[in-house]
Design a protein around this ligand. Structure first.
Ligand SMILES: C[S@@+](CC[C@H](N)C(=O)[O-])C[C@H]1O[C@@H](n2cnc3c(N)ncnc32)[C@H](O)[C@@H]1O
Length: 249
């Protein structure tokens, strides 16, 4: 998929032209759930809860990378809380473009899913974050960053959609400087189409064994965080998420 997002004033007409089966339809559906979560962040507090429960107040992180950042929901939360520069990396160009749109700030229209076949338009208001949050299109297995470049790397709600979660975890840990931090969360929403069954991690203990073998020490745990994503107005997904703050040896 190529091209830019439609101009703000053209969004409604552009959405009206989308049909299920079109690549832009599926991409817009993926973006819509994250954009709505950002818009409703005062009520849909997963990203704030994750930071509140796992990040000690005043944690000094230097710079942050959010791997598999989606439309940047966590990246914006971290930039606001830590004041650190945050880089969001994702392989989905549509999510990256919407993330950049959110980062520019102001008042702007965004797509909401009305039902399985139609989108509507809602309006979001954001403080500009472009100075502190930047987005990079890329693959977290081959990140375009040098090893040890970040004080905090995040792998939030992404490992359970990868073919080899252990390899991705090691790659993420390599980006963290010695004694730096890794923020992890997973809803464990595994699918055979993404991850072979023998690589699924179902319990908190399964994850802890993986962290230990990657040289990551568990500092804080939260095993029952609620992550809600609203799809259509009448279809919401509610996940129970394992969260960890890990320290690199
Ligand atoms: C379930 S979403 C979670 C997004 C975000 N971390 C959050 O919690 O809002 C998983 C994200 O991982 C991204 N992703 C999947 N495989 C990836 C890869 N190999 N490299 C970079 N991003 C990837 C997807 O495009 C998607 O945005």
């Amino acid at each position: 998929m190529s091209g830019a997002l439609p101009a703000d004033g053209d969004l409604g007409a552009w959405l009206a032209g989308l049909r299920p089966g079109m690549p832009e339809f599926a991409a817009t559906a993926r973006a819509a759930v994250f954009l709505l979560a950002r818009h409703e962040r005062a009520r849909e507090t997963f990203y704030a809860d994750l930071c509140e429960v796992l990040l000690p107040p005043g944690l000094s992180v230097g710079s942050v990378v959010d791997l598999g950042c989606g439309a940047g929901n966590l990246a914006f939360e971290l930039a606001e809380r830590t004041g650190a520069p945050v880089t969001g990396l994702d392989s989905d160009p549509w999510l990256v473009r919407w993330g950049e749109r959110v980062a520019r700030g102001g008042t702007f229209p965004f797509p909401v899913r009305l039902d399985a076949a139609r989108f509507g338009v809602a309006t979001m208001e954001n403080e500009p974050s472009a100075e502190s949050v930047r987005f990079v299109l890329g693959d977290l297995h081959r990140p375009p960053f040098v090893e040890g470049a970040f004080g905090l790397a995040c792998l939030v709600n992404v490992l359970d959609s990868l073919p080899d979660p252990a390899a991705a975890l090691e790659q993420a840990a390599a980006l963290v400087r010695p004694e730096g931090w890794l923020l992890f969360a997973s809803p464990d929403s595994w699918h055979l189409s993404a991850t072979p069954r023998d690589r699924w991690r179902i319990t908190a203990g399964d994850w802890d064994a993986l962290f230990a073998s990657a040289g990551l020490e568990t500092v804080r745990c939260a095993d029952d965080l609620e992550w809600r994503l609203k799809d259509t107005g009448r279809l919401h997904h509610l996940y129970r998420v394992h969260g960890r703050l890990l320290r690199k040896e």
